[in-house]
Every structure is written in structure tokens, then in C-alpha cells.
Design a protein around this ligand. Structure first.
Ligand SMILES: NC(=O)c1ccc[n+]([C@@H]2O[C@H](COP(=O)([O-])OP(=O)(O)OC[C@H]3O[C@@H](n4cnc5c(N)ncnc54)[C@H](OP(=O)(O)O)[C@@H]3O)[C@@H](O)[C@H]2O)c1
Length: 299
């Protein structure tokens, strides 16, 4: 896409070329010094600011869909990636193999239910045990159920808040002391629907969780920003994943797709490059932002 490249900064253009598809102690974890040394990188090697070489990234919910695309993108940029799943081990292993064979970094898969604080802690422990550190935390796992006010019950409410808000918040808390300071990265996932007037009544609980995560992200950016750790949110529009399709008729899906200027749904690979960019040192001055990635569906 030469015309697009010509209008971008050199950093952004080289980044896009690199990642385009086919292109009760307060939850503290400790890192053994011997492992830290083992994984340290040479300071004499020249690396572009978008490289993630030598970094370790944890991506929750990355066995498929958007999370899998993010995990592969970070691997392509050079990171060692911890691929997380809760039920689909085979898909998680496929992502691991893709990173090992095509990416520049290593990868492992870890089964952990990130709807609980304990599950999130387990995931972080496994990342540190294997790679010795964590540089980048991407909190992608989430549920997108549909119920109106009168259909809402406590179980539905709690299932959404547990995985979409509580567990990511406590994972951020547990990871914060481990992240490099400066240089650590936390990236949350919200939705463009929080900014859309076309929202439907059944999005009540889902959007309540995403509104909460956007505010958590803003405040943490001030808190952890004082240590040089950036905290940002990525807000996709409609992306063609099983979670998006669930409970929708084909005609509803088509009408949603038509709201985009390009009249189509996004694919997970349309979302992942911005996560790679935010994770890199090129984005060190981007903090506390909510990046809309929706092809113009919501402007
Ligand atoms: N798709 C969209 O249109 C859209 C739009 C805006 C925002 N988003 C946000 O983007 C994120 C990803 O959405 P998606 O559509 O890619 O979701 P998805 O298709 O449902 O994929 C879910 C992924 O999360 C994992 N997962 C589910 N529950 C988990 C748990 N309790 N613990 C650990 N992993 C778990 C799944 O693992 P298994 O394979 O093991 O089940 C899978 O890898 C969500 O935060 C969502 O709100 C999506």
C-alpha cells in the first residue's frame, strides 16, 4: 500500500510493514535474578523502535480470534509470547507453533481461567517461570453476552464483570511490580460500542464492563505512568469472531457490516498491528489513550 506509506511517519510505516498479516502480599510475583540475566538482551544490537526482540508478552485469551492474531503479531515483532487458553488447547498449540515457525520470538501455551484472580496469577507465574520476566501484558480475554435490563440476572452480571473487569484489574496489579520501569506495557480491550449511539439495549452489561475498563485504563495510566509504564486501551469495532457472531442472525451481521464505510466486518488481523505498535518503544509517549480500531464504523 505505497500511498498510505507515503503519508506516514517512517516509524509507523516500517512498523506496519513488519506486522501486516502475511504479514496476601498484594499479589506480588518475584523473578529470580539468575533468570533475569539469562533473558537479558545485548545492548549493542541495533533494533528498530518497533521491535519487540527480547521482550516477553502475556496475551490473555489468545488461542483464537483477536487474541490469537495479537499473539502472532507480537511474536512476529520478536517477542516471546505466552499464549493463554481456557478450553481449546489444540488451537492454543497451533498459535504457539505458528509463532515458533514464522515469528522471531518463542512461545508457550498456558491453560488458565482468567475470569478469576487465581487464574490470572497462575498465568503470570507461568510466564515468569518460563521466560524470567514480563514486559507486555495484553488483557484481551472477555465475554460479550447479550441481555436487556429485564433479562439480566446476577450470574450473568458476575460472569461479565469477573472476566472483563475484575480479573484484568488484578492481573494488572500483580504484573505492575514485575514490568520494566520504564518500558512496561499494559493494553486493555474495550469496544467502539462505548462511543456509538447505535448501541442496542441488550449490550447493557457488556458495555458496563467495557466502560469500567476504559476508566481503569485512564487512571492506571496516571499511576503507572509515573514509572514509565504505559497503559492504553484498544477498542475494536465489529470483528468477525465466534464471540461476535454468537446469537446474531445472518441479516443482523450483514446490517452491522454495512455500517462500516468499507461495508465489511474487520478480521482479527485488522486489530492486532495497533497492539504491536502500542507494545513497542515507538509508542512510549502514548499513554492513557483509548485507540478506536473500527475502520470508520464509529467516528
Ligand atoms: N469480536 C468483536 O466484534 C469485538 C469487538 C470489540 C471488542 N472485542 C473485544 O475483544 C476481545 C476478544 O474478543 P474475541 O471476539 O476475539 O473473543 P472470542 O472469539 O470469544 O475469543 C475468546 C478467546 O478468549 C479465550 N477465553 C475465553 N474465556 C476465557 C477465560 N475465562 N480464561 C482465559 N481465556 C478465555 C478463549 O479461549 P478458548 O479457545 O480456550 O475458549 C479464546 O482464545 C474481548 O475483550 C472483546 O470484548 C471484540
Amino acid at each position: 500500500m505505497p500511498t498510505r506509506k507515503a503519508t506516514m511517519s517512517g516509524t509507523m510505516a516500517s512498523f506496519l510493514n513488519a506486522v501486516r498479516p502475511n504479514g496476601n502480599n498484594n499479589n506480588r510475583l518475584t523473578v529470580p535474578t539468575s533468570i533475569q540475566k539469562q533473558h537479558s538482551t545485548s545492548s549493542t544490537t541495533f533494533l528498530p523502535p518497533t521491535s519487540l526482540h527480547g521482550k516477553v508478552a502475556v496475551v490473555t485469551g489468545s488461542s483464537r480470534s483477536i487474541g490469537a492474531a495479537v499473539a502472532k503479531c507480537l511474536g512476529e515483532l520478536g517477542a516471546n509470547v505466552v499464549v493463554n487458553y481456557v478450553s481449546d488447547e489444540r488451537s492454543a498449540e497451533e498459535v504457539v507453533q505458528a509463532i515458533r515457525s514464522h515469528g522471531k520470538g518463542g512461545a508457550i501455551s498456558v491453560k488458565a481461567d482468567t475470569s478469576s484472580i487465581e487464574g490470572g496469577q497462575h498465568l503470570l507465574h507461568e510466564a515468569v517461570r518460563t521466560f524470567g520476566k514480563i514486559d507486555i501484558l495484553v488483557l484481551n480475554a472477555g465475554v460479550m453476552g447479550s441481555k436487556t435490563l429485564m433479562e439480566l440476572d446476577e450470574g450473568f452480571y458476575e460472569s461479565h464483570f469477573n472476566i472483563n473487569v475484575k480479573a484484568p484489574l488484578f492481573m494488572a496489579k500483580a504484573a505492575a511490580p514485575l514490568l520494566p520501569s520504564p518500558g512496561g506495557r499494559i493494553i486493555f480491550f474495550s469496544s467502539s460500542l462505548t462511543s456509538s449511539s447505535s448501541v442496542t439495549p441488550n449490550a447493557l452489561c457488556y458495555l458496563a464492563t467495557k466502560g469500567a475498563i476504559e476508566q481503569i485504563s485512564r487512571v492506571l495510566a496516571k499511576d503507572l505512568g509515573s514509572r514509565g509504564i504505559t497503559v492504553n486501551t484498544v477498542s475494536p469495532g465489529p470483528v468477525d469472531t465466534p464471540a461476535f457472531r454468537e446469537g446474531k442472525s445472518q441479516s443482523v451481521i450483514e446490517s452491522i457490516a454495512k455500517q462500516s464505510p468499507s461495508r465489511k466486518l474487520a478480521e482479527p488481523d485488522d486489530i492486532s498491528p495497533i497492539v504491536g505498535f502500542l507494545a513497542s518503544s515507538a509508542a512510549q509517549w502514548i499513554n492513557g489513550q483509548n485507540i478506536q480500531v473500527n475502520g470508520g464504523s464509529v467516528v
